[in-house]
Ligand binder design. Sequence first.
Ligand SMILES: Cc1cc2nc3c(=O)[nH]c(=O)nc-3n(C[C@H](O)[C@H](O)[C@H](O)COP(=O)(O)OP(=O)(O)OC[C@H]3O[C@@H](n4cnc5c(N)ncnc54)[C@H](O)[C@@H]3O)c2cc1C
Length: 217
Amino acid sequence: MTGADFSDSSDCRLHVRQNGLLTDLTYQVLAITSGTGVKALSNHLGVSDTSLPVRFWKSHLLLLRRIMNNPVFSLDPGSPAIMHHQFSSIVGLNEDAVPILEPSHSIDDYAVREIRNSLAKRYPHVKMNYAVAVACTKIDVALPTGGSTRSLSPTVLPLTENSVAILPGKMSEAPYIVDRVVGILSTRLGMNNVADRPCDEISDEGEDWESLKFANS
Ligand SMILES: Cc1cc2nc3c(=O)[nH]c(=O)nc-3n(C[C@H](O)[C@H](O)[C@H](O)COP(=O)(O)OP(=O)(O)OC[C@H]3O[C@@H](n4cnc5c(N)ncnc54)[C@H](O)[C@@H]3O)c2cc1C
């Protein structure tokens, strides 16, 4: 439902406005997957209070004309990671994410200077005249045990009896989180009839396999 606006989730009903059309949906389980908008949307729908334990982090990237052939990934905090896409190089710093209060794309000049300095230190001859800086917000869940570094763990946050918020942590964790969400949904919806996979079928006709083996040898 691209571009849809969701509102009022009272009594497990959701009003959806999309392209001027208003539709009412009824749900048994509502899974909110709006990324950095998860707090705002769940508040807007009235399925959580403002104490949802999510944190926002800002990091920056510097976009340059392609500066080299191979990608670079450094291990030290504050050192540059350089990835390429066709004619562009994208430079970020290891562990540069800083906590912020709300999602935002505003650029922090100091953070951008840090990228420039780190790149210049490693590659003094790189030209950065036409570099473009971008900022992005990432989200994680503050664990009760604390921890000042950003967590990449996939998380399912229970909101109400009928709703959860889902954060994959990293995009590459999406298949894992989908598996967990399907587990949660099928339990809550009482769906116990999960189809067997091919590897769930075993044969008790062992003698036939034996005869096959001898027949082929
Ligand atoms: C710069 C950057 C680099 C990254 N690099 C990597 C990487 O290399 N590898 C990796 O695995 N992950 C990476 N990630 C993380 C990855 O992008 C996220 O983990 C992933 O996109 C999260 O998926 P999601 O579906 O939860 O949220 P999103 O992809 O953010 O999708 C949420 C969607 O919800 C929509 N939405 C928000 N609010 C509302 C609302 N009120 N109503 C309706 N819709 C709404 C948004 O428009 C958006 O389309 C990177 C992230 C950033 C920012």
